[in-house]
Design a protein around this ligand. Structure first.
Ligand code: ASP
Ligand code: MG
Length: 411
């Protein structure tokens, strides 16, 4: 008998029929003798709809109120799923984030979990009931409702799994697992049977939408065994685990892209110590996460242009802060660009193989795709390009590194 946390995403609970299907799947796990804890997202599209409502009231909704609003999406699905389970003879109770003791900091719309007291969940299991818990939400020290960032139900599930010392955390979605490339773009994308935490972390943070980045970080830290699989079939999905020897043999595990970033450039800043510290200090203070950074110094060495990328949703805020800093620093101008995308290749094998970056740049060059900026980690290389080339670049890189189905058969 195992303790299993199952998280069902928006498409898995998109309507009453789907919710009944999820109830059946939960019941099956329970009937097999396991203890089950369920975490659910809002119905698909619901969170966007709620944000849309707020935007009809104001362009810049107060973030505390936004959390109060969007957290309602998950309240709907927990209650409906608990009813669906009861209807098929399985005692069940729904809980909000507050009720199960998910305590966060006070950074509204992207709060960090500080602790989880899973006592109530344990008690519910002991009473023979299936707890159904609202993902994506918690409360801060003041008992104000907070949310954990888009896709945050994954984090709720992982945090609960860690706290309950669950045997496994299953993330149910509408795709079969983690793929070598976005199957909507790459026709021969292949499902991975397993992937390391580090690779998954890089893939999630570089655009693979299958798991929320912070949930992977948390899973890695507490070594929560994760499985990503479809709620629409019985296929086993992808295991996200600790790295093993086999994994190093594969140089590139996947290609990802992210169209959700914008580039800000501050032009003509004096080239002296402290400039970057001032600029990025102000941006960090407003909880905006900067991704790529590049600096060009003019040939006379007196002035520099600094460019950086931020999530599109944070562009307005980032621009305002940068313009403020530009004034103080005596910079010439600040401009923004939104028609950009980042394509990345990820794989632990890069640590031990050379020439991977060159191969990536050659592939882009062959297609006449200009590289605006480059960033690397030990196991990832990212190139910023014009957004219109995203699909082409993704397909070509997937081919170059022989990630597709046929490539595997040939070997
Ligand atoms: N409902 C939230 C969102 O759409 C959280 C989640 O689905 O994980 O971002
Ligand atoms: Mg999700």
């Amino acid at each position: 008998m195992a303790l299993i946390v199952q998280k069902y995403g928006g498409t898995s609970v998109a309507n009453p029929e789907r919710i009944k299907e999820v109830a059946k799947r939960v019941a099956k796990t329970r009937d097999a003798g396991h203890k089950v804890v369920v975490v659910v997202s809002a119905m698909s599209g619901e969170t966007d709809k709620l944000i849309g409502l707020a935007k009809q009231i104001t362009d810049t909704p107060d973030e505390r109120e936004l959390d109060m609003l969007v957290s309602t999406g998950e309240r709907v699905t927990i209650a409906l799923l608990a009813m669906a389970l009861q209807k098929i003879g399985h005692p069940s109770q729904s809980f909000t984030g507050r009720q199960v003791g998910i305590i966060t900091d006070s950074v509204h719309t992207k709060a960090k979990i500080e602790r989880v007291s899973a006592e109530r969940v344990m008690n519910t299991i002991d009473e023979g009931k299936i707890p159904v818990i609202a993902g994506f939400q918690g409360i801060d020290e003041k008992s104000d409702v907070t949310t954990l960032g888009r896709g945050g139900s994954d984090l709720t599930a992982v945090a609960l799994a860690a706290s309950l010392k669950a045997d496994i955390c299953e993330i149910y979605t509408d795709v079969g697992g983690v793929f070598t490339g976005d199957p909507n773009i790459v026709s021969n994308a292949r499902k991975l049977d397993k992937i390391s935490y580090d690779e998954m972390l890089e893939m999630a943070s570089s655009g693979a939408k299958v798991l929320q980045t912070r949930s992977v970080e948390y899973a890695k830290r507490y070594e929560v065994p994760l499985v990503v699989r479809s709620s629409f079939n019985e296929n086993p999905g992808t295991a996200v685990t600790k790295e093993d020897k086999d994994m190093e043999k594969v140089i590139v595990s996947g290609v990802t892209y992210n169209k959700n970033e914008a580039k800000v450039t501050i032009m003509g800043v004096p080239d002296r110590p402290g400039v970057a510290a001032k600029l990025f200090g102000s941006i960090a203070d407003s909880e905006i996460v900067v991704d790529m950074i590049l600096q060009n110094v003019s040939s006379d060495g007196k002035q520099a242009d600094i460019s950086f990328t931020v999530p599109k949703g944070d562009l307005k805020k980032a621009l305002a802060i940068t313009k403020e800093a530009a004034k103080e620093l005596g910079a010439r101008d600040v401009i923004a660009r939104e028609d950009i995308a980042k394509v990345s290749i990820v794989g632990v094998g890069m640590r031990t193989h050379s020439g991977v970056a060159a191969k990536m740049f050659e592939t882009l060059a062959r297609e006449g795709i200009n590289i605006i900026a480059i960033s690397t980690s030990e196991i990832k290389i990212s190139c910023l390009i014009e957004a219109k080339y995203t699909e082409l670049a993704t397909r070509m890189l997937h081919d170059t590194f022989e990630l597709g189905e046929e490539a595997m058969v040939k070997e």
